[in-house]
Design a protein around this ligand. Structure first.
Ligand code: SAM
Length: 327
């Protein structure tokens, strides 16, 4: 975040507007970490293709201390009084189901949490914002006790220590926002013609893994849609693929996005091991304004501790490609 912040600050220093009137759009927002970091300085527009991310963004960006206060009794009930239910998660993703993503105990409480939150919302007992707050507490609690290495493309056969902990439905510590934020769930290139602002932050997928597969179970928990599933890992059938994870499609998608973007600055995170080489990004950005690049070495992400790295070396070069767009 420090690296991103220093580059964003450089851009902001040339914008003559009060900080809370500056619009920063986080177009591939994922966990919402970047959007959340800046929400106490700028108006935020955040987007992602996946529903679990959309729910997270609604909670992080559009909830405040009053929602935290209002929902605390519900979380207390979930943590101390709620009985487990043998629902879709228990039936498909528990030890009993033969897919050891969750212990039987935690799977039943996840089902009970989903049923409670959706039930209350359906009966009009929760506002939309309270719904996202409580739903995210279920999502986050489930993620903390999942028996995976971080991605839901596989489960571990033997329960790891953290997955044996009883699930906890936690409260969120929400920062104050300086403006009313906008949250979307859509394809980046479709959305780009509908939004505008000062800084467009881009952190697209960087390899050929699809997020809809890697996090299928978070979508299933968040959507409560009991989908058709298939295979050993029980992935959702009919998942949406992203062109940003396709070696063939990514270049045209990127070019289109850069050309269409109605923002003064584009700042893109992309590593040395991503699908498009730095020279291609430089070419495409330079054709649309003044281009510069910043770089830092970063510890390489591995979902398995101590796993040997196929690329060799412990670090990866993280680039921040910056375009000052001529509009
Ligand atoms: C590298 S991650 C972003 C991580 C994020 N910066 C964070 O802090 O969590 C890329 C994100 O892009 C999303 N994504 C993939 N294809 C997309 C598309 N076509 N439009 C919008 N979002 C997309 C994925 O769901 C994923 O959350």
């Amino acid at each position: 975040m420090g690296f991103i912040e220093s580059v964003v600050n450089e851009c902001v220093s040339t914008i003559s507007k009060p900080s809370n009137e500056i619009v920063l759009c986080d177009l591939f927002s994922g966990s919402g970490r970047v959007a959340n970091h800046f929400k106490n300085r700028f108006k935020i527009v955040a987007n992602d293709l996946e529903f679990y991310s959309y729910a997270t963004l609604e909670n992080l960006l559009n909830n405040d201390a009053s929602t935290v206060y209002e929902c605390q009794p519900i979380l207390d009930y979930m943590n101390h009084c709620m009985n487990g239910v043998e629902g879709f998660i228990f039936q498909n993703y528990s030890e009993s189901a033969g897919r050891t993503y969750f212990t039987n105990y935690n799977a039943k409480l996840i089902d009970a949490g989903i049923a409670l939150v959706y039930g209350m919302y359906g009966r009009g007992e929760l506002t939309e914002q309270q719904f996202y707050y409580c739903l995210c507490s279920v999502l986050e609690g489930a993620d903390k006790v999942s028996n995976t290495t971080g991605l839901y493309t596989a489960y571990l056969k033997k329960f790891k220590a953290s997955s044996l902990n009883p699930i906890h439905f936690k409260a969120f510590d929400l920062k104050e926002a300086v403006a009313s934020n906008d949250v979307y769930m859509g394809d980046a290139t479709d959305l780009i013609t509908h939004v505008s602002g000062d800084i467009l932050y881009l952190d697209p997928p960087y390899n050929q893994r699809q997020y809809s597969g890697d996090y299928h179970l978070l979508n299933t928990i968040a959507l409560n849609d009991k989908p058709e599933i298939a295979g050993i890992t029980g992935k959702r059938v009919g998942r949406v693929g992203s062109p940003w994870s396709s070696k063939k499609l990514v270049k045209d998608e990127f070019r289109k996005l850069v050309e269409l973007a109605n923002f003064e600055f584009l700042v893109m995170s992309y590593s040395s091991e991503s699908l498009m080489p730095p020279a291609l990004i430089a070419d495409i950005m330079s054709a649309n304004g003044k281009y510069s690049v910043h770089e830092m070495e970063h510890k390489r992400f591995s979902s398995i501790k101590g796993q040997k790295n196929p690329f060799g070396g412990e670090t990866v070069t993280e680039f921040l490609h910056v375009l000052h767009k001529e509009r």
